[in-house]
Design a protein around this ligand. Sequence first.
Ligand code: SAH
Length: 220
Amino acid sequence: MGFRFQRDSPQRQREEMVRTQLAERGIRNLRVLDAMRKVPRHEFVPETFRQDAYEDHPLPIDEGQTISQPYIVAAMLEHLALHATERVLEIGTGSGYVTALLSLICSEVYSVERHAQLAALAESTLHRLQYRNVKIRVGDGRQGWPEHSPFDAILVSAATPEMPPSLFAQLRDGGRLILPVGPSSSQELQLICKFGGQPEVKIFEGCRFVPLVDGTVAGE
Ligand code: SAH
C-alpha cells in the first residue's frame, strides 16, 4: 500500500492560515482573527478548488469572479475596526465569504451583488451555514442600498477609479468606508472616514481586485 498524504482538517488549516498569513504579517484585531479562524472558507469556493481554500492567494469563483486572498480580506476588515454593534454595507457579495466574516464581527450586514447567480449561491451557502444577520440584494452596488442607510461602515470588494459618491452619501457621520481605488491593473486600499460630511482619506496597501462594473446580470 502506497503512502497517502493526509491533509489537515479545515480547522487546522484555518489556524495555520491565521498564524502564518495574518498574525505574522501584522493583523492584530482579535475579532478579525477570531472570525477568520471560524468561517469555513472551503465552503465558499467551487468544489474543484476546495483543496486550495486556505492557500495564500485569491481563487476563481463562478462568472469569472474571484474570492479575495485571505490577507487582503483581513486587512480590509482590520481597517474598518468594527466593534459588534455596526450596520455594514458590503458591495460585491461574490461567494459570500466576506459576508460571513462580517456577520460574525458586526450586527447587521447588507450586501449587494450584480450577478444574480452569484447572489443566489451566496445566499444559499450563508443560509445553510446559519449566518442569519445578513441580507443580500441583486443590484448595482455603486448605488448602495439607500433604504437601509446610513451605514456605520461600507466595504467594497471590487475596484473603482474613484469612490462612488452615492456610497459616501450613505455613510453616517463618523463612519468608515474601505475600498480598492485605481485602474484595473493595480490599486491601493483606501480608508475613507466621514467627518462633518467631509472625506478624510488614508492610503494603505497595494492590491488587485476585479473591477466594479456597471449594471446587473440577470439569472436564468
Ligand atoms: N467578497 C467577495 C469578492 C467577490 S469579487 C468574496 O469573498 O467572494 C467582487 C464581486 O463584485 C464579484 O462577485 C462581482 O460580480 C461584484 N461586482 C462587480 N461590480 C459590481 C457592482 N457594480 N455592483 C455589485 N457587485 C459588483
